[in-house]
Ligand binder design. Structure first.
Ligand code: HEM
Length: 123
C-alpha cells in the first residue's frame, strides 16, 4: 500500500471528513450503532480520525493520546463476527465513496481495512 500517495490525495481534512461520514452511517446502523458509547460519539470519531492520520500520515497525535494502537485487544470487549466485520467495511466503503475518494485509492484503502477488520473478529 502506498501510504504517501493516499496521504497526498486525502490529507488531514479529508480523513476527518471520511471519519465523520463513516460515523454518520454507524450511528444509524442497527447492528453496529448500539456497540458504540452513546454518550461519546464525538470521542469515538476523534479516536478513529487520529488513528487514520497516524496510520496513513504518520501524525503522532494518536500515539500521544492513546499509546500503541493494540487494536485487536481494544476490540475484545465487542462481539465481532463476520456480520459485524462486513457491516463495518460496507459503511467505510460508503464513506469513501461519499467523499469522492478516487477508485484506485479507495481500493487500496479497502484492502487495508479488510485485513484489519478480519483480524478484529473474536467470535
Ligand atoms: C474503536 C467497533 C473495526 C479502528 C472501536 C469501538 C468500537 C469498534 C465499538 C469503540 C469506540 C470508541 O469508544 O472509540 C468495531 C467493529 C469493527 C471494527 C464492530 C468491525 C470489524 C475496526 C477497524 C479499524 C478500527 C477495521 C481500523 C482500521 C478503531 C480505532 C478505535 C476503535 C482506532 C479507537 C481505539 C482507541 O484508541 O481506543 N471500534 N471496530 N476498528 N476502532 Fe473499531
Amino acid at each position: 500500500m502506498d501510504e504517501e500517495k493516499i496521504w497526498s490525495e486525502i490529507g488531514p481534512d479529508g480523513f476527518e471528513r471520511i471519519t465523520a461520514a463513516f460515523y454518520q452511517g454507524v450511528r444509524r446502523d442497527s447492528l453496529l450503532g448500539p456497540m458504540y458509547p452513546a454518550d461519546d460519539w464525538e470521542g469515538a470519531e476523534h479516536r478513529l480520525a487520529l488513528f487514520l492520520k497516524f496510520r496513513f500520515g504518520q501524525d503522532q497525535t494518536y500515539l500521544e493520546e492513546r499509546g500503541h494502537p493494540r487494536l485487536r485487544m481494544r476490540h475484545m470487549p465487542f462481539q465481532i463476527g463476520e456480520a459485524e466485520r462486513d457491516r463495518w467495511l460496507d459503511l467505510m466503503a460508503s464513506a469513501l465513496e461519499s467523499e469522492n475518494v478516487a477508485p484506485d485509492t479507495r481500493e487500496a484503502m479497502m484492502t487495508f481495512f479488510s485485513g484489519v477488520a478480519d483480524f478484529m473478529r473474536n467470535r
